[in-house]
Design a protein around this ligand. Structure first.
Ligand SMILES: [Fe+2]
Ligand SMILES: [Fe+2]
Length: 284
C-alpha cells in the first residue's frame, strides 16, 4: 500500500481525521477522472472552508509541477469529494471544481498561507503560482429541478454503457464456437479495461450524487443503500471477468457466458436505479 493509499484508508476509517504530518489539518479526499485513462484518481488534500465552498490548493508539496488532480479538473470539473460528517462517518459528495483567478485567487492563497505557513514554503520551492480551486458540493434543496436533470442524465449515460457491452457481445458472437483468436482476446481486454474505468467513474459520481438525493428525499435511503451495494457487487464481477480474460485456456462460449453474467447484473442495476431516481423526481 502506497503512502497516499494509507492516508486514504485512515481518512475513511476515522471520519476524515488523519495523523502524522496532517494531524489536526482539515482534510478531504477529492476524486477526479484521469484525463487520459478515465480512471478514478483519489487524492487527500488540505482544505480551507469558505462559506459554500471548500478551497483546495495545488501545492503538490512544493514540487515544480501542478498535481495530477489539477490537470484532471481542467479537463472535467465534475468531481467527488469525501468529507467527515456529523453522522460520524465519511460520505461522498458530488461537486464541481472551479479554479479561482486574479485577486480572488490571491486573497484566498494569502489566507491559507497565514493559517498554514508550510504553504508559503511550498510556493517558494515550487517556483509556481499555486492553483487555488473552489469546490462546490451539489445541493438539490437549493435547485429542485436539478434532481430531475441528474436522474435523466444518468439514464442517458446508461444508454452508452449498454451500447458498449452490446458491442463486446457482438464481437464474441462473430467468433461463434471457434476458440478466441489472440487478437480478439487482446481487443476484449483493452475494451474491458476502458469499460471498467468508465463504469468505476460512473459509480463514483453516482455515489456522490446519491448523498444529495438522500438529503433531498429521505425516504429513498433504503433504496440508495441497496444501489450502493450493487455498485460494489458489480465491481467485483467485472474484476472477475478481467482475470477470466487473462486465463490461457478459456473458450469463446465460456467468455460469452461470463460476460452474460456481468450484463445481466448490470442491466438489473440500471433498471433499479432509473426507476428509483425517475420516480423520486417525477414532480420536480
Ligand atoms: Fe448508473
Ligand atoms: Fe449505479
Amino acid at each position: 500500500m502506497g503512502w497516499n493509499d494509507k492516508i486514504i484508508a485512515e481518512f475513511r476509517e476515522n471520519n476524515g481525521k488523519v495523523g502524522g504530518r496532517f494531524e489536526g489539518a482539515p482534510m478531504l479526499l477529492v476524486t477526479t477522472a484521469g484525463r487520459r485513462t478515465g480512471k478514478p484518481h483519489t487524492t487527500p488534500v488540505i482544505h480551507l472552508h469558505d462559506g459554500d465552498h471548500y478551497l483546495i490548493f495545488g501545492a503538490n508539496a512544493g514540487r515544480d509541477r501542478h498535481p495530477d488532480w489539477y490537470h484532471n479538473i481542467l479537463a472535467a470539473a465534475q468531481v467527488t469529494v469525501e468529507l467527515g460528517t456529523a453522522g460520524g462517518r465519511v460520505e461522498p459528495f458530488a461537486a464541481q471544481a472551479v479554479p479561482l483567478e486574479g485577486e480572488e485567487r490571491d486573497r484566498q492563497w494569502e489566507r491559507q498561507c497565514a493559517i498554514d505557513p508550510a504553504f508559503r514554503d511550498y510556493e517558494k520551492t515550487s517556483g509556481r503560482t499555486i492553483p487555488v480551486v473552489a469546490i462546490t458540493v451539489l445541493d438539490l434543496a437549493a435547485d429542485p429541478h436539478r434532481a430531475r436533470m441528474i436522474a435523466e442524465q444518468l439514464t442517458r449515460l446508461h444508454g452508452n454503457l449498454r451500447a458498449e457491452l452490446a458491442a463486446a457481445r457482438a464481437r464474441l458472437d462473430e467468433a461463434g464456437a471457434r476458440p478466441p483468436a489472440p487478437d480478439l482476446l487482446q481487443q476484449l481486454r483493452r475494451h474491458c479495461l476502458t469499460y471498467c474505468f468508465d463504469l468505476q467513474m460512473h459509480h463514483t459520481r453516482e455515489d456522490g450524487a446519491f448523498t444529495a438525493f438522500e438529503r433531498r428525499f429521505p425516504g429513498l435511503a433504503p433504496t440508495i443503500a441497496r444501489l450502493r451495494e450493487e455498485h460494489e457487487a458489480i465491481e467485483k464481477l467485472l474484476a472477475r471477468f478481467e482475470t477470466f480474460l487473462d486465463r490461457q485456456d478459456t473458450g469463446t462460449a465460456e467468455i460469452r457466458a461470463e460476460l452474460e453474467r456481468v450484463v445481466d447484473d448490470l442491466e438489473a442495476h440500471f433498471v433499479h436505479e432509473e426507476e428509483a431516481l425517475l420516480a423520486a423526481t417525477e414532480n420536480a
